[in-house]
Design a protein around this ligand. Sequence first.
Ligand code: MRU
Length: 358
Amino acid sequence: MNGTYRAIWLCKNETLEVIDQRSLPHRYETMELHNTEETVFAIKEMVVRGAGTIGCVAAFGIYLAAQESQGEWEALKTYAARIRASRPTAVNLMWAVDRMMAILKDSDDYVADARREAIVISDEESQRTQAIGTYGGDLIEQIYKSTGHRTVNLLTHCNAGWLAVVNDGTALAPVYEAHKRGIDIHVWVDETRPRNQGASLTAWELKQAGIAHTIIADNTGGHLMQHGMVDLVVTGADRVTRQGDAANKIGTYLKALAAKANSVPFYVALPASTFDFDIIDGVKEIEIEERSEDEVHFMHGMLDDGTEARVRVTPEHSHALNIGFDVTPHHLITGLITERGVCDATLEAVETMFEDLL
Ligand code: MRU
């Protein structure tokens, strides 16, 4: 399983092809991105989503922008600024654009150098997720051994699999690794309203991989934890501060509170590209995306006759609030699963493990 699938790839005609995640799980469709405008659309409208994938698409978006700007630095800077502003919370987006532009600043050939660097970025991200899989897999294996080889029940929120982070995902990388090691694992999949990334995408990924899973309504996790039905929680992240506060899909914080109250270990899996070392207090300092209230009013799915439909689930004229992310404070996090190992969610531990990147 690990490393088998990619959510994005460069085509022979030098455009970027991406899986259109809006169509899953009912249809597998791809979209070709040719320029800045299409890159911005794909990120904003969540054709592609998940912090890691957004970062890699942004890197290739700069490559497309380099083609479009025809050697004009000012034009390239304008395109880069548009891509950088396409979504606010996932820091991988800003990290990737800034890294690309730092390389291109001193380049004689924007197109060739942008192509090379975007490939390096996605290959490096892919290697990071493999290491996250190994370290997280070790944690799962310890639980498996300590319980005398009974099924390990892991709860996850949103989608942090290979669709979300090139190549193995973050929260799901340890799950894939555990499955590969022959560990009996079962995943509780939070549906993740309003856009249902868990029910639609995580469940789809796990089904493809033949991994046992059960989709649960978002409010079910606390009850399962009270009844000893969750061994650990692992989520991904969109931005993690220097002291280990983690922004992730809305609802993650409530799972962390429930986990703390029930002594269930709560891990956040992330590559270094998801750290924002410039900020400390995530609740105060992380910009949280607010999206259209229509995502709360309407659900998209398949009718009994197999046709797809968008249906309203709220009364007409009621207002809705759609906050995309929340921040789990570091004291609720048991550990950060990174490509360098499992790190305490504290300022000291993060600064020690990532000293060279500060
Ligand atoms: O709004 P999304 O679907 O892009 O949000 C994605 C998440 O919150 C994921 O859990 C997160 O990106 C972790 S996987 C890198």
